[in-house]
Design a protein around this ligand. Sequence first.
Ligand SMILES: [Zn+2]
Length: 320
Amino acid sequence: MHADQCVLSLKVDVDTYRGMEAGVPALIRILARRRVRAAFFIAMGPDNSGRAVIRFFTKRGFLKKMLRSNAAGMYGIRTALSGTLLPARQIARSFPGRFRALLDGGHEVGVHGYDHVRWHDGIPRMGPEETREEFGRACRLFREIAGGEPACSAAPGWACSPRQLAVQDETRMRYHSDTRGAEPFLPVMDGYRAAHLQVPTTLPTLDELLGSGACRDAGDLLRYYAGAIGRPGTHVLTVHAEAEGMGWAGWFEALLDDLASRGVRLATMREIAEEALAVPDRIPRREIRMAEIPGRAGPVAVDAASMERLRAAPTTRICR
Ligand SMILES: [Zn+2]
């Protein structure tokens, strides 16, 4: 990819049953209409989203962020209670046809953990065996449903540990997208030097821009992304099946059309990964750390070299 080009890669996280049921088909249609391909990362196991609601009471600032980003409206009450008052529904197993539909649409499909909530809350404290079991469960289910090995994975909630990086290195996957950063890199975490490539998310998500107060509405968000993605470079945007595939679908279509009119080129995560892997000596080695970023409750894995930029408040100057 040329340094003076604006390139965007779309990473779609599917965190819930509703996201898989309604968000994924909508995104397939939206992307097909524009001949755009994306990488979909699916939380393979049970939808325990309701347990995340418990964070209402355990984490300061979570409720405020939930309300500001209208997460309850975004996710719906069934999802908000899933795995607590109502039984957890299986996300991947309930919709085996979605995998075929995604692959037929030319999209890449990878794993986004087994139990999204357990990973997000627990992975930093899990030992090697528990980590291997959690990651292995997602991969086994993927194999069973998709009929092949997953080639990529993305950590739920960008929650990372050195044990998890080591478990990923035991697989034959091509790359992982567990982190926030500026460009593909090889991670070091707490002294563990990982062998597998990271293709990080480079941009703040929609809910972070709303949650931090940087953007107030759909117009602000369009202006923010047009400004950020309009800068030369390779950008990776994480969208959610539950947001950009549901309540924000119309907005997402407007964003894609706006970016196309500005000459932004779309590339897949796989293309970005393979381009980096083609010249292994040039892949930078970077330290990753768990750190808080604006608009997100709880820490995420951040490339330390990008720490200052990612922890700074998003440039509202562009928004307003
Ligand atoms: Zn997720």
